[in-house]
Design a protein around this ligand. Structure first.
Ligand SMILES: [Fe+2]
Length: 220
C-alpha cells in the first residue's frame, strides 16, 4: 500500500482531502482554544476541555481510517486540537516513546506552515519527550517538508523521526488536531502507563464528516 510504504520508508505520508466541508465546518464551529502554552510547546494554543468530546470523536474515526490505510491495528492514546500563529513554533523533538504514530489533521489555515521531518530513523531511548539541541539537528539534505491543506491528514512516526515547525515570518492562523497512536503495547499495558484510557472501538464511519471515497474503508 502506498501510504504504508511511504510511512515506513520516509517517516511520513499525507492522505489528501480526507475531510468533507461539513467535517471542516464542524471542527471550526466546535473547537475552542485556551491560553498560549509555554516555550516547550512553542507558544501555540491547545483546545479547551469543553472541546474534548468533539476531538475525541474525530480520534475514533481516524483510528478507523488508520486501520484501513495502514492495514494494522493501533491503539489510540490521546489527542488535542492546536492553533499556531506567527509567534508559534515547534522545537525539534521526538514524541514520548509510546506515541509511535502521530497524525495531524489540518482543518483551517490562511497561510502555509510546514512540518519539517528528519528522514533519518533514530532510536528513541528517552523516558521523556526528547528535544534536540542545535548540534543534534540533521543536515539539510535529510529534511522533508510536510505541507497540509485544510482537509488533509499527515501521518508520521514522530517517535523515531525528529520533527519541528519554524516560526512563521508573516501572519498565520493554522489549526489542526493532533492524534497519537501506538502499536507496541497492549491496551492493558497502556492503561497502566497512562491515564488517558482507550477510546471505544469504532466499526464504521456513519456520518458526513469525510469525503465519500474515504468512508467504508475504501481508502487505497
Ligand atoms: Fe511532536
Amino acid at each position: 500500500m502506498k501510504y504504508k510504504h511511504e510511512l515506513d520508508t520516509k517517516g511520513y505520508t499525507v492522505v489528501p482531502q480526507i475531510l468533507s466541508s461539513r467535517g471542516i465546518d464542524e471542527l471550526n464551529v466546535n473547537v475552542r482554544f485556551g491560553e498560549n502554552e509555554g516555550a516547550l510547546q512553542g507558544w501555540r494554543r491547545h483546545s479547551t476541555k469543553e472541546s474534548s468530546p468533539t476531538v475525541a470523536s474525530f480520534h475514533e474515526d481516524v483510528a478507523f481510517i488508520f486501520r484501513h490505510v495502514l492495514g494494522d491495528v493501533k491503539n489510540s492514546t490521546y489527542s488535542f486540537a492546536l492553533e499556531y500563529d506567527e509567534h508559534s513554533f515547534l522545537p525539534p523533538h521526538l514524541e514520548l516513546v509510546y506515541n509511535e504514530i502521530s497524525m495531524t489533521l489540518c482543518y483551517f489555515r490562511d497561510n502555509e506552515s510546514d512540518l519539517f521531518i528528519d528522514k533519518y530513523w533514530q532510536e528513541n531511548k528517552y523516558a521523556e519527550r526528547f528535544t534536540a539541541a542545535e548540534d543534534e539537528m540533521p543536515p539539510n539534505g535529510r529534511v522533508e517538508r510536510m505541507r497540509l491543506r485544510a482537509g488533509d491528514i499527515g501521518i508520521f512516526n514522530g517517535r523515531n523521526h525528529l520533527h519541528w515547525r519554524d516560526k512563521f515570518a508573516t501572519a498565520l492562523t493554522w489549526r489542526g488536531i493532533l492524534f497519537h497512536f501506538m502499536r507496541d503495547y497492549t491496551a492493558e499495558e497502556l492503561v497502566k502507563q497512562t491515564s488517558w484510557g482507550i477510546p471505544d472501538e469504532k466499526h464504521g464511519l456513519s456520518n458526513t464528516r469525510y469525503n465519500k471515497d474515504f468512508t467504508g474503508g475504501t481508502i487505497k
